[in-house]
Design a binder for this molecule. Structure first.
Ligand code: GLN
Length: 479
């Protein structure tokens, strides 16, 4: 049997490596070849020049019996996660030449586990967007149909895992940026509980919503990566202690479905059909499906598009072109700022800074920011209540399959609607996973769809369980 490197999972690669069926270098070179062959996707912003040296270190770890499941595994990092000595640009012109001076907490954990960092992946500028079209370095193409977007903002990370040029990748998710591209590219994506993975060393977008998390081909692989990166970190004041993070959940049995919300205007009929079929399969697999009412979910988008820009406007104030980053000279200091920021940031980023500054300004604060904060609490409480009667909540991950490049880029409101199912999860801080749920045919292409499972705080182990069960029913359906 010949080995299809593009289909290889982390678990399988690990077994090949420890049984000496393959060396770390052979694996790394095979992956570099895939990266070379799929360059037209524009998923990597940079392939690192020390992959072979890293492979040597990892091989030594394995040979000395010091390896972990991730040792020697070729891995990709979204461009807003710091790797010491490497550029971290967040796909922005303003940070084009910024070199990280330290490792993010997640980077250090992965490095200690022995992964091979293959390169950094393309994204929407500062993680603002859902298509990678807002990158200063060109759009990434969807491996399933190159005329379509891979989703975003972590589109590069989703595309490298889907196309086989990394076995796993990290992304960040502020309103859906891991789950939505995972769904569009047909891979698994996990947004962990807020506070279970350290944000130290991530380039911040909206600090009360941001979380880093894994992309992988299978739920099992996503779990392996999550187990490596999770844990308390004293450098992140919102990080929980390990006794919370490591809670083991009881086996999930009841799946709640907010039917009214799922049938919102603008959700593609084929997505709904796929969703109903997926639920039916879970029912056959022994899960109880229960209808729930969660009317506050409908406010999710409105709340998100007030809170997120507010935090963006204050987080991005630090990029002034003085200490680091893109600098343009003006006649005086104020003009320096205006030119550096005006030329350094792209359109969408400037739009959100303006919006955020507006909603925080005197006279508007109470009617926008204050009200959004109040609604956030309401949404959290409603979800908590719903979880009193169900173990998991399910929705489609996205209202449509991957859209065409350019289709929504001039209509920000349409683009924002694509986040309808994912943003409530970030607002509440709970974890959610997107698992591939099949394909729909569109012209000559088969476009992947995703099923989103949501759990209460620290419910990751329940998500992995339900996710694996879902993979099984999908698998038996294909046979
Ligand atoms: N698409 C959403 C946005 O544009 C989510 C972004 C994210 O999660 N980083 O804000």
């Amino acid at each position: 049997m010949t080995l299809d490197i593009k289909q290889l999972t982390i678990k399988q690669a690990h077994e090949l490596l420890i049984n000496k069926k393959m060396s770390v270098l052979e694996l790394a070179e095979a992956i570099l070849k895939v990266a070379e062959d799929t360059r037209d996707l524009n998923a990597y912003l940079e392939i690192f020049d020390d992959v072979r040296e890293q492979a040597e270190v990892a091989q030594k770890m394995i040979d000395e019996g010091k390896g972990t499941t991730l040792t020697g595994i070729p891995f990709a990092m979204k461009d807003n996660i710091l790797i010491k000595g490497r550029i971290a640009s967040a796909s922005s012109k303003i940070l084009e030449n910024y070199t990280a001076t330290y490792d993010a907490h997640v980077t250090k954990k992965l490095r200690d586990a022995g992964v091979i960092f293959v390169g950094r992946t393309n994204m929407d500028e500062f993680a603002m967007g859902g298509s990678t079209e807002n990158s200063a370095f060109g759009v990434t193409k969807n491996p399933h149909d190159k005329t379509r977007v891979p989703g975003g903002s972590s589109g590069g990370s989703a595309a490298v895992v889907a196309s086989g040029s990394a076995l796993g990748a990290l992304g960040t998710d502020t309103g859906g940026s891991i789950r939505q591209p995972a769904a569009f590219c047909g891979v698994v994506g996990l947004k962990p509980t807020y506070g279970s993975v350290s944000r130290s060393g991530l380039i911040a977008m909206a600090s009360s919503l941001d979380q880093a998390g894994p992309f992988a081909k299978t739920v099992e692989d996503a779990e392996i990566i999550f187990d490596c990166i999770k844990g308390h970190d004293s450098m992140d004041s919102t990080s929980y202690t390990d006794e919370f993070i490591n809670i083991k959940n009881k086996k999930p049995k009841i799946i709640g479905v907010p039917t009214e919300f799922v049938h919102a205007k603008g959700v593609d009929e084929r997505v709904l059909k796929n969703f109903e079929e997926s639920l039916e399969q879970m029912k056959n697999a022994g899960y109880e499906i229960k209808e729930i009412s969660l009317p506050s979910l409908a406010h999710g988008l409105a709340v998100y598009y007030i809170l997120m820009p507010a935090e963006v406007s204050s987080n991005l104030a630090r990029f002034d072109g003085v200490r680091y980053g893109y600098h343009a000279d003006g006649q005086n200091l104020l003009e320096d700022y205006m030119r550096s920021r005006g030329e350094g940031f792209g359109r969408e980023v400037r739009r959100r800074i303006l919006l955020g500054t507006y909603v925080l300004s005197a006279g508007y604060y109470d009617s926008y920011y204050g009200r959004a904060c109040a609604l956030r609490e309401m949404l959290k409480k409603d979800l908590e209540k719903a979880f009193g009667g169900v173990d998991i909540i399910a929705t489609p991950t996205t209202p449509t399959p991957a859209f065409k490049i350019g289709e929504k880029s001039n209509d920000p409101l349409q683009m924002y609607l694509a986040d309808i199912f994912t943003v409530p999860v970030n607002i509440a801080g709970v974890p959610a996973i997107s698992v591939p749920s099949g394909f729909i045919k569109e012209g000559d292409s088969m476009l992947p769809l995703g099923m989103q499972f949501i759990a209460p705080h620290f419910g990751e182990s329940a998500l992995f369980e339900v996710g694996k069960d879902f993979e099984k029913v999908q698998e038996s359906n294909r046979i």
